[in-house]
Design a protein around this ligand. Structure first.
Ligand code: CO
Length: 133
């Protein structure tokens, strides 16, 4: 189990890259729109993990509302797991509440979110790569 990515909600990707890439010295990876999630993302890989800067495509979507309510900051932490169903079972057995169902990216990666209420205020994303099992 390791951190796959840390997602940070920002108002402006270029302004955020001026810090993370130019000032802090991280390497910029891909940058693309992910309409299914309603965001434009800039990826900053580091080792086995990466930082994802998320900019909402629409101020009314969930990232847009997050920014409006809480300002810029960590939106979620994503943990890579080997078996997402087993992890969810274990979480539910421990009384945790999920936020929505398991969904799938085009590349076959399956993902789900644990409600921040159950994770001490942090939205936790679970990832299982297509080739994990
Ligand atoms: Co994520």
């Amino acid at each position: 189990m390791h951190v796959h990515h840390i997602a940070i909600a920002v108002h402006d990707l270029d302004a955020a890259l001026a810090f993370y890439r130019d000032a802090l010295g991280m390497i910029e990876g891909d940058r693309r729109e992910v309409p299914a999630e309603g965001v434009e993302v800039a990826f900053l890989p580091m080792g086995e993990s990466e930082i994802e800067l998320l900019k909402p495509l629409d101020p009314g979507n969930s990232i847009g509302r997050f920014l409006e309510k809480r300002g810029e900051g960590i939106h979620h932490i994503c943990v890579l797991v080997e078996d997402i169903e087993a992890t969810i079972e274990q979480l539910k057995a421990g009384g945790a509440q999920m936020a929505g169902e398991v969904r799938e990216h085009a590349n076959g990666t399956r993902y789900a979110f644990v409600h921040p209420k159950s994770a001490h205020g942090v939205l936790i994303e679970l990832y299982q790569h297509a080739d994990a099992q």
